[in-house]
Design a protein around this ligand. Structure first.
Ligand SMILES: C[S@@+](CC[C@H](N)C(=O)[O-])C[C@H]1O[C@@H](n2cnc3c(N)ncnc32)[C@H](O)[C@@H]1O
Length: 279
């Protein structure tokens, strides 16, 4: 395993992902019915921003650290800010919660979370972090396998977060296969997928796959923190959301431009939302 999320915790990509996730969860909780959440690539659950990995990369300083104190932040960011503050009860910013911990804290008694990580160290740490949350369970397994095996959930209402490390060449293809299989089994599910904006061809291929699958409600929300044509490498990241536009279109219309302005790492930062259609 090469990928360690500790270097990236709280960076611009985490901000986009977790802001979208928490806005969506807040919306889904407005209905009383029980909700199932699957976090297929959960990570270790919590990160020490004063630790070696965060301090060496410094990535969170150009992410969450730039906005957490902003008095003019849009209301749609507040569920995300509340999740980060819950991890820093004494104030300041020394810890950053991973997605499963944010979700576990936000769930109601009638809801349920399964979080997976393929790597046993990460899964074991995550199990420790989630121990206080009775409605949360950790499985050390392949997240794509879980998407196929655990859907549809008996609750019939579900949010599926897919946040892979993208260290394998086949990741986009594996993701597309799992997403299509999951959606076929559970077409009413709400899916949120994070992806890097680095390899244009790979991103276009994923969107072609989604368009061909005939998924009616698929939208991408992309945050470029710099001009993608200025240099190779990761210029930002995106969220592909299925069956979530009712909640995320308005939330991201407020969040996206704010993040593009505050998290810019150079000229040419921008945010865009795109509806994926088969036409
Ligand atoms: C980007 S990190 C997840 C971060 C987490 N979702 C968050 O927001 O806090 C990706 C994680 O996926 C794990 N992973 C890699 N391949 C996997 C697979 N096939 N199934 C499940 N987890 C996997 C890695 O160990 C890593 O912890």
């Amino acid at each position: 395993m090469n990928y360690l999320h500790g270097f990236h915790a709280g960076n611009h990509a985490d901000v986009l992902k977790h802001a979208g996730l928490m806005a969506l969860l807040a919306y889904l909780k407005t209905k009383e019915k029980p909700l199932f959440v699957l976090d297929s690539h959960g990570g270790r659950g919590g990160y020490d921003l004063s630790g070696d990995q965060s301090q060496r990369s410094g990535e969170y300083r150009h992410g969450i650290a730039r906005i957490i104190e902003a008095s003019d932040a849009p209301a749609a960011l507040q569920p995300y800010f509340a999740a980060v503050r819950a991890d820093n009860p004494g104030g300041g910013l020394s810890r950053y919660p991973g997605s499963p911990l944010m979700i576990a804290r936000a769930l109601r008694p009638q809801d349920r979370l399964i979080a997976c990580d393929l790597h046993s160290d990460e899964a074991a740490h995550l199990a420790d972090v989630l121990r206080p949350y009775r409605k949360a369970r950790v499985e050390a397994r392949d997240g794509y396998g879980a998407v196929k095996a655990l859907l549809p959930p008996p609750e019939r209402r579900g949010l599926i977060l897919i946040d892979p490390p993208f260290e394998k060449k086949t990741e986009f293809a594996d993701l597309a296969t799992a997403l299509r299989a999951g959606w076929k089994r559970f077409p009413a599910g709400v899916y949120l997928v994070w992806y890097p904006l680095k390899d244009r061809e790979a991103v276009s291929g994923l969107m072609r796959d989604i368009a061909e699958a005939g998924i009616a409600d698929a939208v991408t929300y992309e945050l470029f923190v710099r001009d993608p044509d200025a240099a190779p490498g990761m210029a930002g990241s995106g969220l592909l959301a299925i069956n979530a536009s009712f909640a995320l279109d308005p939330a991201m219309a407020a969040i996206g431009p704010f993040l593009a302005e505050r998290l810019a790492q150079g000229a040419g930062a921008f945010f865009k939302a795109t509806r994926i259609t088969g036409e």
